[in-house]
Ligand binder design. Structure first.
Ligand SMILES: *Cc1c(COP(=O)(O)O)cnc(C)c1O
Length: 252
């Protein structure tokens, strides 16, 4: 694995600083200044090479997001060769996961944000048990339940329907290998609904989940285009890609 060029490192440093400033400003604007440092920034590094991840880690990034198993597992292998285990960022799988990928994902992921069906929970749960037994991971997998905020109009982004979320949460909390941490959503197409009202719906679903599962405190919401709306709605985990890394690598 090479090292990112000096200009690239500088570009990443500036963009990261700008995003952190944006988070602080948004938190202050809605009276969350005290919590600003507790709002977790997950830098989404899909399409970008391990060199960029290493440069971000040097700048204090502790969590990265990936959306495809094949790309993520290769990148993690490179990072593990380069970084000490204490220096490794947490790996957040934010893209849809096929059940046949469960075995692979549990070998490197700390968190899966896109849990949206019982079948996937069962597969991940079994895969965790096996990976622990075989010494490929330690401890349970943190998960958030992905909610579909598109009212069925915005197919393809995944997520359980809001009305089915509590049943899925109950199911997940019964899985020994999984630890229910909260909820996650992607704002629907801006042409159909503004991010603020979509995230407010997510907040309402989150409250219902919290009533039965007080440990499920995370609300994973907010991407490059809607960080402010997400913070105003109570997001605890932001998933920001292009605002920091630029437009996708293959097009550069
Ligand atoms: C790609 C992706 C992001 C980051 O999106 P940007 O608009 O590049 O910030 C966040 N969440 C999910 C689920 C993604 O797939």
């Amino acid at each position: 694995m090479n090292t990112a060029s000096a200009p690239r490192r500088e570009e990443l440093r500036r963009a990261l600083r700008a995003t952190r400033d944006r988070i602080d400003t948004a938190a202050a604007a809605c009276g969350r200044s005290d919590e600003a440092s507790d709002i977790a920034l997950i830098v989404v590094t899909k399409y970008f090479p391990a060199e960029d991840v290493a440069a971000l880690v040097e700048r204090g990034v502790t969590s990265i997001g990936e959306s495809r198993d094949q790309e993520a597992s290769a990148k993690v292998t490179e990072l593990r060769e380069r970084l000490t285990s204490a220096g490794m960022p947490q790996i957040h799988m934010i893209g849809q996961v096929q059940t046949k990928k469960a075995r692979s994902v549990v070998r490197y992921a700390d968190v899966v944000h896109s849990l949206d069906r019982e079948k996937l929970a069962s597969h991940l749960n079994r895969a965790v048990a096996r990976a622990v037994e075989e010494g490929e991971r330690v401890g349970p997998l943190d998960v958030t339940i992905q909610i579909d905020l598109g009212n069925g109009e915005d197919r393809g982004r995944g997520g359980v329907r809001p009305e089915d979320c509590e049943d899925l949460a109950d199911f997940v909390s019964g899985c020994e290998g999984l630890r229910l941490r909260g909820v996650m959503a992607i704002a629907p197409d801006p042409a159909r609904s503004d991010a603020g009202s979509a995230f407010a719906r997510l907040g309402a679903v989150h409250q219902r989940v919290l009533a039965a599962h007080p440990e499920a405190t995370w609300m994973s919401a907010g991407m490059s285009g809607d960080v402010e709306e997400a913070i105003a709605a109570g997001a605890t985990h932001l998933r920001v890609g292009s605002a920091i890394l630029g437009s996708r690598y293959i097009e550069r």
